[in-house]
Ligand binder design. Structure first.
Ligand SMILES: C[S@@+](CC[C@H](N)C(=O)[O-])C[C@H]1O[C@@H](n2cnc3c(N)ncnc32)[C@H](O)[C@@H]1O
Length: 236
């Protein structure tokens, strides 16, 4: 299989096949949006996976990846999404999952709180996910009142989003929790978005990631904050 080419064709046909989902997709129908995902999946060896590989897409949003995998014959594909993070977009997402015939399990991961999955997987994907935002420590002060809002829109309608990334112990906890749900030869690809850990002030976090995982980034592109990922391996 030539995954990259096949996925591109799938996306090109998507508009025609699912016109009702089209208005909800926005920038995620642009092929350049999927450049990093196709790069990472290729690196993870998707071209060689057997069709019975058990795959979990963690934080699927519209469900594009699990839908594609099922379409091309993978038989054990599961997806999760956070209702809390989706907020009032959840109805739109549920509509899209219905059209794509996908069952998506709700899962919201909190810092240093154990989460459970239904079973162990050969592959766990978490592409373009903001699971590592610890909003509990995020505060905003406005007119002498404290709020927890994490974005503002400026006068030009541009969003400014604020977040506190997971620290060393939160990352460690998350990695160990993921490992519990990987088969001994399993792998999890987690593309924290954005990936803040190249900055000097997060050196301890980067050192921890490098010690416990493979840290990579999509070649040919300088936007490290967008295009970095970690690969967690199962306990052999
Ligand atoms: C931008 S979407 C990524 C969608 C898709 N994986 C992709 O590659 O385009 C971010 C995803 O992260 C998930 N997410 C964010 N915070 C989360 C949390 N605390 N726990 C679980 N999932 C979370 C959301 O549910 C959402 O599906």
């Amino acid at each position: 299989m030539n995954f990259k080419k096949d996925f591109e064709t799938h996306l090109k046909n998507f508009y025609d096949n699912y016109p009702e989902v089209k208005p909800m997709l926005g920038q995620s129908m642009d092929m350049s949006f999927w450049h990093i995902q196709t790069y990472m999946l290729t690196k993870l060896g998707i071209n060689d996976w057997t069709k019975d590989t058990s795959i979990l897409d963690l934080g699927t949003q519209m469900g594009i990846i699990p839908h594609y995998l099922k379409e091309i014959g993978f038989t054990d594909v599961t997806a999760t999404n956070s209702k809390e993070e989706a907020g009032n977009k959840i109805e739109e997402l549920e509509q899209a999952w219905k059209s794509l015939n996908l069952e998506v399990q709700p899962l919201h991961i909190k810092p240093e709180e154990e989460f459970t999955l239904d079973k162990k997987y050969d592959i766990i994907l978490g592409t373009h996910i903001n699971i590592h935002w610890n909003m509990r420590r995020m505060l905003v002060i406005h007119n002498s009142y404290i709020y927890q809002n994490y974005y503002v829109m400026d006068k030009n309608n541009n969003f400014h989003t604020y977040f506190v990334p997971y620290n060393v112990s939160e990352l460690k906890f998350f990695i160990e929790n993921i490992k519990k749900y990987l088969t001994p030869t399993g792998k999890a690809l987690i593309n924290f978005h954005p990936f803040p850990y190249w900055e000097d002030r997060f050196k301890e976090e980067l050192d921890l990631l490098k010690e416990h995982c493979e840290v990579g980034y999509c070649a040919n592109d300088g936007q490290l904050f967008q295009h970095s990922y970690i690969i967690i391996e199962g306990n052999k």
